[in-house]
Design a protein around this ligand. Sequence first.
Ligand code: FES
Length: 164
Amino acid sequence: MNANKTLTHTNGADTDAGDLMSRRTFAKVLFGGVGLCYAGAIGYPIYRYLASPIERSMETTKVSEVTLPDAATLELGAAMMFKFGSKPAMLIHHKDDTWSAMEAVCTHLACTVQYQAEENRIYCACHGGVYDAKTGAAVSGPPPKGLKAFNVKVQDGTVTVSKV
Ligand code: FES
């Protein structure tokens, strides 16, 4: 009877030790997994932040030409936005039937600029920067230099914009 009690007690202690070990292992795995999740949640945005300028510049340098098949139907005095690589760009069909294209990124603090047909100018709403609609040259306001201009070729109803 006593032997049975001892045996039972010993088995209970073994079971407690086994439970304790498995709880410790479980806790290690759980905290390790949670730690990895936190590291990923913090590390990935930091990695993207650090890598994005490099990736963007590589992507931008790769693109040298953009074809805009529907752009030839753009009315006189109208403009359209498009992407040249990773950056916004603007195509303008002037009233004299000439074309201009330029990067639509303000040279002051990189806001996206917009074409104002009634004023025939490119305007940056952030700080009132004004650019020439034909050349992209800085006209007034804080922009230190003009917008980056592109070549425009219209052929067979398709507009092709390329780096100068
Ligand atoms: S960002 Fe365009 S004028 Fe300042």
